[in-house]
Design a protein around this ligand. Sequence first.
Ligand code: MN
Length: 255
Amino acid sequence: MLAQLLAAVADGSIEVVDLTAPLSESTPILQLPEPFANTVPFSLREISRYDDRGPAWYWNDFTTGEHVGTHFDAPVHWASGRDGEDVSQVAPGRLIAPAVVLDFSAQAAADPDFLLEIEHVRDWEEAHGPLPEGGWLLYRTGWDARSGGQEEFLNADENGPHTPGISPACARWLAEETPVLGLGTETVGTDAGGAHAFDPPFPCHSFFLGAGKYGLTPLQGLDRLPPRGAALIATPLPIVGGSGSPARVLALVER
Ligand code: MN
């Protein structure tokens, strides 16, 4: 079976789709309002580059937050999941899982504050079948098209950021009543831009991580995935005690 998989990847009948944002100093990052502390951006510092500091080699140190660029949220990231897994404790078998894609990019284009509700997911299940047991719910909003710049990506005005998300009732239902493994989104965090003012605040973080489930964001290229049938490979670094980690996220798609 494994040989068949490898042959299919080699001949392109299974495509490997990279859902990861490139990591650089211009990778957009979350901005929390005062008085909260913020993450640092990603940065590289050169150690040597074929020069007298190291004549035959090039290498860098890098600085990053755990939640910078495409990254994995572990349960311990949120107070509701404080007794749960840190990112090094996530079983490797959970890092390869089925994925479904719920496409609400048209709704988000019309309303950047669009919120997914339980009835939207119920309607999607009518058309495409049930949410996957132990799999990812990937929520497509088209927001990846804005990932080139911080301002456009965060879409903030004097009232705060405006980016699409999930309502508190739907987040609670998905986390507590459905068999999904976690939530993947295209925005800077898994919650809506306005979620600081929701009840509870940041409901996707609160309910998913509180239920021992995971988050993955920002993802790109979800438009290249079918509504169901993809396999997702997420590879956070095993940072001991870490609340999350930058991750390469790949999808396998049958062509
Ligand atoms: Mn995060």
